[in-house]
Each structure stands twice: as structure tokens, then as C-alpha cells.
Design a protein around this ligand. Structure first.
Ligand code: PEP
Ligand code: MN
Length: 360
């Protein structure tokens, strides 16, 4: 059986878009129950409660999760409020403990998806169960690795699968914690329209203000749901405090989403997809321009310290030459590229000029 053959009927058990919400980490029984109660009380359509029990932290000595005791709290959330539950598993021991505690949905985190040994270990531990497993994209922008992880699960007979788009690491700091790189997730979606795709705006944004925009964008391009971090007291959260929202803010976000019936089909779907890709590229253009201007500033400082004229005609000649050459190679109008570079160069000189004036 191939990934393309999977029916993934499991998702039809839930209203769509399928929402998963809950804290980044389980911290205490009280925090879990209060968060669950408040999500329930908002009346928002959130059938699944998430909480990280084991936390992969970038640096040592941070809070690494409460461990198995938190599984009891997930169980209580299920018993008291009727949620299905979800948690991250990163090795066979986690899988056995989560199965034992009857967690309904497991997900593989972005740091695990990159490692075929880890994914294989998890897949083998799940063999013979019919758990639903969601696979987050790997931290690095590698579509094959993401698909490969799902194939490993299928290889062990796990047929209830889904994917989570949580963005990709970049060295350059941008306004996102993890760059969405929509292209990769949309390529995944076109290759496997039968595998539910959820958006994780929390880990893409790393802040609270961008969540609604990213979630709406995902709905516009036909994602089937979202996983959003929500905490009863976000400012005091033990992990990912800056991106978590209260249950009430979560409910407002969900209530404001515009869900289009057309999904990926037809004109709207196609337009939505193209627009998302264009916005993604525009964002990258702006980031690149900003990086270029920052380097210009550094050059401006060097020129000032060494008493060199700002405008260097021979340098401008080199830039025009490679820009028009590249325009030829990519089939764009040379005239257009020259105009663009003239504008960039003018701004760059402007930036350097202001440095000269500032420092006088
Ligand atoms: C999480 O969902 O809390 C998490 C650790 O996510 P990711 O694997 O995307 O970093
Ligand atoms: Mn988190």
C-alpha cells in the first residue's frame, strides 16, 4: 500500500476544520484542567486537547516536560470534559506510555521527523495498533524527509495519518519563529490530497499576533484543521509563553475564521494557492532587501572610516552587469531588472549617506 491509497477516514469523526488546542506543555493537573474547562466553556468547536508531556528543548537545563505523570492529567481532561487527547512522542518508551494511558492521537515533533532512526523506532513501537499519528514537518525544508516519515509509519501498518505544517528553521531571524515556506506544504498537499494537513500557527509565528493570519491563510488553501497552543495563563507558561493564547482568545480566533466550502477545488482554491505563494515570495524579497540594506550600512561605515566616496562607478558597473546577465538567464526583461536594481542602489546610497551625515 502507498500513502496515496490511504483513505484517512479518521478525520471524518471530527467537525472540520478539525481543531486541536491546549498548552504547549502539561505543567500541573490544575493548569491542565483549568485550560480544558475554559476551552470547553467558550463553546468553541475544539474536540481535541493537546499537551506536551515530554518536551524537546533546544538547550539543556530548560523545562523538559513533566513526564508520565502528565498522562494522568490528560486522562482526567478526557474524563471530565470529553476531549480526545493528543501528545508528542519521540521514542518507543513514550509510545508505550502514551498507548497505556489511552492517548487518542500521537504526533511526531519536528526535531524527530528529521531522524529516520527515531521515526522508525516510533513506527515499530506502534505496530499492531490503529493509532492516529500526525507528523510535523521536519525542522529543515526537506519534503522527502517529511513524506519518508509517513512512509515509515505506513510500513508498520499505521494507516490513520495526518501532517502538520509548523514551519521551517532559518538561520536569519525573521518575523516568524519558523518560516512557513508554504510551497513545501502545498507541494505535499498536491501530492497527497488524501492526507489531512493541519496548520500549527503557534510554532510558525512564535508570537500571539500572527496566529489568526496564518490560520486563515491555511484555511484559504484548503487545510483540514489547526493545532494551536492555548494556556490558562499564557504569560506564566513554562514553555513557549510568547506564543500561547488564553482559551477565550482562542475561541475568538476560531470564531473569526472564514471557511470556504470550495476547499482546494475550483477557481477560488487555485487563486488562494497562488496568492499564498506570491505573499510568501514577497515576504522573502523584503527580508532579503532588508539584509542587503544592513550590509550597505556596514559598507557605509567602512567608507566613512576610510574616507572613501560613497558612489563607486566601477562597483555599480559590476552590479549592473551581473544583474542583467541573470535577467537574461532567467528570461526576464533586462530593462525591468535594471530598473529594480537602480531603485535598490539608490536606496543603498541613501542609507550610506545618512551614515556619513550622522557621524559628522
Ligand atoms: C510542540 O508542538 O509543542 C512542539 C514541540 O512542536 P515542534 O515539534 O513543532 O517544535
Ligand atoms: Mn510549543
Amino acid at each position: 500500500m502507498n500513502l496515496s491509497d490511504l483513505k484517512n477516514d479518521w478525520i471524518n469523526e471530527f467537525p472540520q476544520p478539525m481543531m486541536i488546542a491546549g498548552p504547549c506543555s502539561a505543567e500541573s493537573e490544575a493548569q491542565m484542567l483549568e485550560t480544558a474547562r475554559r476551552i470547553k466553556e467558550t463553546g468553541a468547536q475544539v474536540p481535541i486537547f493537546r499537551a506536551g508531556i515530554w518536551k524537546p528543548r533546544t538547550k539543556p537545563n530548560g523545562f523538559e516536560g513533566v513526564g508520565v505523570i502528565g498522562l494522568n492529567w490528560l486522562k482526567k481532561v478526557k474524563e471530565e470534559y470529553g476531549f480526545k487527547t493528543a501528545t508528542e512522542v519521540a521514542n518507543a518508551h513514550h509510545v508505550f506510555a502514551a498507548l497505556e494511558a489511552d492517548v487518542d492521537i500521537l504526533w511526531i515533533g519536528a526535531r524527530s521527523t528529521v531522524n529516520p532512526f527515531t521515526v522508525q523506532e516510533i513506527a515499530m513501537a506502534l505496530r499492531g495498533t490503529n493509532k492516529t499519528v500526525l507528523v510535523k514537518n521536519p525542522v529543515n525544508p526537506d519534503l522527502a524527509l517529511w513524506i519518508g516519515a509517513l512512509e515509515r509509519l505506513l510500513g508498520q501498518g499505521i494507516e490513520n495519518l495526518g501532517a502538520i505544517h509548523r514551519g521551517f528553521s532559518t538561520y536569519q531571524k525573521t518575523k516568524y519563529r519558523n518560516n512557513p515556506n508554504w510551497q513545501i506544504a502545498l507541494d505535499f498537499k498536491s501530492q497527497f490530497p488524501n492526507i489531512p494537513m493541519l496548520i500549527d500557527p503557534s510554532h510558525i509565528c512564535g508570537n500571539r499576533t500572527g496566529l489568526a493570519g496564518i490560520t486563515q491563510e491555511a484555511m484559504n488553501v484548503g487545510y483540514q484543521g489547526a493545532i494551536i497552543e492555548s494556556h490558562c495563563n499564557p504569560d506564566e507558561a513554562w514553555s513557549d509563553a510568547s506564543q500561547q493564547i488564553t482559551p477565550e482568545v482562542l475561541a475568538e480566533l476560531i470564531g473569526n475564521l472564514k471557511i470556504r466550502n470550495s476547499g482546494l477545488a475550483g477557481f477560488d482554491g487555485e487563486m488562494g494557492r497562488h496568492r499564498t505563494l506570491i505573499s510568501d515570495l514577497d515576504f522573502q524579497l523584503i527580508e532579503l532587501l532588508s539584509q542587503r540594506m544592513k550590509i550597505s550600512e556596514k559598507i557605509g561605515k567602512l567608507k566613512k572610516e576610510n574616507d572613501i566616496a560613497i558612489f563607486q562607478p566601477e562597483r555599480w558597473k559590476v552590479i549592473t552587469e551581473y544583474a542583467t546577465q541573470k535577467a537574461r538567464e532567467t528570461g526576464m526583461s533586462q530593462d525591468f531588472i535594471e530598473k529594480v536594481f537602480k531603485a535598490i542602489h539608490e536606496e543603498s546610497i541613501e542609507v550610506q549617506n545618512s551614515i556619513m551625515i550622522d557621524r559628522k
